[in-house]
Write a protein that binds this ligand. Structure first.
Ligand code: 5GP
Length: 192
């Protein structure tokens, strides 16, 4: 697919519960949309998982380093996503630099972050990715096996809580059939 990219760069905010397959969906959208999409790399205080690279998947910081940036007002939004002192945030600079370069900047952040971004960038397009049902989500989260039981339960609780906010998003995409979801996502972001 190759679309006219002469449109104004857009800020796209993608939310949805952990385990819904946002990463896989976004990789397909990046490969197939023909748009100059760029992922905003978030900052987090969580420890890297095996295979995660600093500066690529996240910028991994200590709680103190994160706090310093927060106090300096460097974050467009930041939240303690799963409780227990794990912080995630989007740097203002990352978004502004991406848009200034003519890219469409994609933020993959939680629902609280999405609302905070929308308040500051009313033109941002908000997309919510949903599972077919809660059972599918539970299976995917359990199957991941990268975390402790306690961390998993916290993620599940957060995921169920996030699902309640789906109706606040402009676009809702059910990630059941991946091909359909990819097409739907691209069509949503190309809507003027
Ligand atoms: P992970 O599985 O990478 O530990 O956590 C991902 C969760 O944190 C996802 O729900 C994602 O949406 C959220 N998240 C990642 N980066 C950010 C961010 O910069 N800001 C906010 N508010 N949430 C984020």
């Amino acid at each position: 697919m190759n679309h006219q990219t002469s449109q104004i760069p857009k800020l796209l905010v993608v939310s949805g519960p952990s385990g819904v397959g946002k990463g896989t969906l976004l990789r397909r959208v990046f490969a197939e949309s023909g748009l100059p999409l760029t992922m905003s790399v978030s900052v987090t205080t969580r420890k890297p998982r095996p295979g995660e690279i600093d500066g690529v998947h996240y910028q991994f910081l200590s709680t103190e380093e994160f706090e310093t940036k927060r106090n300096a007002g460097e974050f467009l939004e930041c939240f303690e996503v799963f409780g227990k002192g794990t912080w995630y945030g989007t740097l203002r600079h990352t978004v502004e630099k991406g848009l200034a370069a003519g890219n469409w900047v994609v933020l993959e952040i939680d629902v609280k972050g999405a609302k905070a971004v929308k308040e500051q960038f009313p033109e941002a397009v908000l997309l919510f990715i949903e599972p077919k049902n809660v059972e599918v989500l539970k299976e995917r989260l359990l199957g991941r096996g990268t975390e402790t039981e306690e961390a998993m339960q916290r993620r599940l609780a957060t995921a169920l809580e996030e699902l309640k906010h789906a109706q606040e998003f402009e676009h809702r995409i059910i990630n059941d059939d991946l091909d359909v979801a990819v097409k739907q996502f691209i069509s949503c972001i190309l809507t003027p």
